[in-house]
Design a protein around this ligand. Structure first.
Ligand code: SF4
Length: 455
C-alpha cells in the first residue's frame, strides 16, 4: 500500500476539479431536448433486452447540509397523494409510447428519502409497475433508505413487495459531525435496522459514508470504522464530500472553519481504505468496497463491472426508463432528464408535452468514449479488443492522441500498457478520474469549476 505522503503528493499534483463520470458526456453537456426524441429513442429500443427502471422520490423532511441531491423539503405527507398518481401516469404514457410491456432486470428507487412514502404508497406504485412492466425472476430491486424513518413493519413490507437490496445513508456516526450537518441520528436504531434487514434476508445491505464533513478528524473517524466492522455491510460506498456552495446554496450554512482540511481528509480516506481491507473488503471501482464474495467485487476482479446512474452494476449499460422529478433516463443513446421543479413536471404529465428539463443525443463517438471511460472508471483497466469488436475500430489508431496522453501517466508510474490494453497501478487508482478524462472529448483540464475535486 502507498504511504500517505506519497498519496498526498499525488493528490496535490492532481488537485483540480474533474468529473465523476456517472454519465458520459457529463450532465454539463446536456442541453435542450425536443419532445420527438422520446418517440425516436423509444422506437429503437430492443424489445428482446431487459431494461432498468429508476423512480425518483424527491421528498425529505429535513435538509442535510452536505446534500447534493435534487430534494423537495416537506413535512406534509399529503403531497404524495398528488405525486404518486403523476408517476403512475408517466409510466402509463411512456410505456404506451414504447408499445410493449418491457422486462425489467433492475428497479431502483432513489431520492430524496424514498421512505418518506407511506406503506400504501408503495402498494400503489408496485400495482402500477406490474401493469406496465414484467420483471425477470431474479430482478434486482433496490432502494435508498434513511434508517431514521423506518417505523415498525416498514422494512418487512418492502421485502414482501420484492425489494432485495437496500442502501442506508449513514454518512457519519459521531454526534458533533451529525449536528454540524443537520442530520440527527440514533446509531443504536441504525444497528437494529441493519440487523432487521439481515433477518429479512435482503441479499445486499449497503452503508453509505461520507468523508470530509465538518469536524471529521482522523481520530473521530475511528468511530465510523468501528461501526462498519460491527455491522459488517455487504458493500460500503465511501463518498468524498463535495463542497459546492455556489451550486448547493444550503451548504453555505455549514461552518466553513469546521470543514476538514484537505490533508486530514486524505488521511481519513487512506485510513478507511486500510481498515476496510483489514475487515475483509475489496475496493470496487472508485469509492466502493465489497465483501469478497459479493457479486460486484467478483465482477471488479474479473474486469466485467459496469456503471450507470444508479452506481456500479454487473449488467452492461441497459436502457433505463426514469420516472419522477429530475430523473434521468437513458434510451438508445439519448439522455433524457425530467423537469426538476414539481410544478413543471406536473405540467409535462398533464399536457404530455415539454417533456425534458434537458438531455443529450449521443453521437457514435460519444458512445465509444462512454464505453472506454466506463471501463476505466469501473475496472481501472482497458481491454482494447472488446472496444474494437463492439465499435469496429482499431483502438490504437482511433485513440492515438489519447494514448500519447495515457503514456504520460504510464511514465509517472500510474499505469502500464499490457498485451490486452491498459491497467492502472495502485497510484493510478487514486487519480482514475483524471486518467479517464483523457478520453473525454469535451473537457479541457482544470477549466470547469462545476466538478468536485478528485479526493
Ligand atoms: S436525506 Fe438524503 S436526500 Fe434528503 S436532504 Fe438528507 S442527504 Fe439529501
Amino acid at each position: 500500500m502507498l504511504d500517505s505522503q506519497t498519496v498526498e503528493k499525488l493528490i496535490l499534483r492532481y488537485d483540480s476539479p474533474v468529473p465523476r463520470y456517472t454519465s458520459y458526456p457529463t450532465a454539463l453537456e446536456f442541453t435542450t431536448l425536443e419532445d420527438q426524441e422520446l418517440q425516436k429513442s423509444y422506437a429503437q429500443c430492443n424489445r428482446e433486452k431487459a431494461i432498468s427502471v429508476y423512480i425518483h422520490l424527491p421528498f425529505c423532511e429535513n435538509q442535510c447540509l452536505y446534500c447534493g441531491c435534487n430534494v423537495l423539503l416537506s413535512r406534509r405527507k399529503d403531497i404524495l397523494d398528488r405525486y404518486i398518481p403523476l408517476i403512475a401516469e408517466e409510466m402509463r404514457i411512456k410505456t404506451a409510447i414504447l408499445g410493449y410491456k418491457p422486462q425489467v432486470s433492475q428497479l431502483h428507487f432513489g431520492g430524496g428519502t424514498p421512505n418518506f412514502l407511506r406503506l400504501p404508497d408503495w402498494d400503489i406504485i408496485f400495482r402500477e409497475l406490474k401493469k406496465y412492466f414484467s420483471f425477470v425472476p431474479d430482478a434486482e430491486i433496490s432502494v435508498e433508505l434513511d434508517p431514521m424513518y423506518l417505523p415498525k413493519g416498514y422494512l418487512g413490507h418492502l421485502r414482501s413487495l420484492g425489494f432485495n437490496r437496500v442502501s442506508y445513508g449513514v454518512q457519519d456516526v459521531t454526534p458533533k459531525v451529525l449536528e454540524a450537518v443537520n442530520r440527527p441520528q440514533d446509531i443504536d436504531l441504525i444497528r437494529r435496522v441493519v440487523r432487521e434487514s439481515r433477518d429479512l434476508k435482503f441479499s445486499s445491505v449497503n452503508i453509505d459514508l461520507i468523508y470530509g464533513l465538518p469536524h471529521q478528524t482522523l481520530s473521530s473517524y475511528k468511530y465510523n470504522l468501528d461501526f462498519i466492522r460491527e455491522v459488517n455491510p455487504d458493500r460500503i460506498a465511501l463518498f468524498s464530500f463535495a463542497y459546492i456552495p455556489w451550486l448547493k446554496h444550503h451548504q453555505r450554512r455549514l461552518d466553513k472553519n469546521a470543514l476538514t482540511e484537505p490533508s486530514e481528509k486524505l488521511k481519513i480516506y487512506l485510513a478507511a481504505r486500510e481498515s476496510f481491507a483489514s475487515f475483509g473488503y475489496e475496493q470496487i471501482g472508485m469509492d466502493h468496497f465489497g465483501l469478497q464474495d459479493d457479486t460486484l467485487t467478483k465482477a471488479f476482479r474479473e474486469k466485467t463491472l459496469h456503471r450507470n446512474f444508479m452506481g456500479y452494476t454487473t449488467q452492461k449499460t441497459l436502457d433505463m426508463l426514469a420516472f419522477g422529478t429530475s430523473a434521468i433516463g437513458f434510451v438508445s443513446g439519448v439522455y433524457m432528464q425530467n423537469h426538476v421543479k414539481l410544478s413543471s413536471y406536473r405540467n409535462t404529465i398533464e399536457t404530455q408535452s415539454g417533456w425534458f428539463e434537458k438531455g443529450y443525443v449521443m453521437t457514435h463517438d460519444d458512445r465509444l468514449r462512454q464505453e472506454v471511460i466506463t471501463m476505466l472508471m469501473s475496472n481501472f483497466s482497458l481491454q482494447f479488443e472488446k472496444v474494437e469488436k463492439e465499435f469496429k475500430i482499431i483502438f490504437t489508431d482511433y485513440f492515438a492522441p489519447e494514448l500519447e496522453k495515457l503514456q504520460e501517466f504510464v511514465d509517472e508510474g500510474h499505469g502500464v500498457f499490457t498485451t490486452s490494453g491498459f491497467e492502472t497501478t495502485e497510484s493510478g487508482s487514486f487519480i482514475i478520474r483524471h486518467i479517464a478524462s483523457v478520453f473525454d472529448a469535451y473537457r479541457k483540464v482544470g477549466e470547469r469549476k462545476a466538478f468536485s475535486k478528485a479526493i
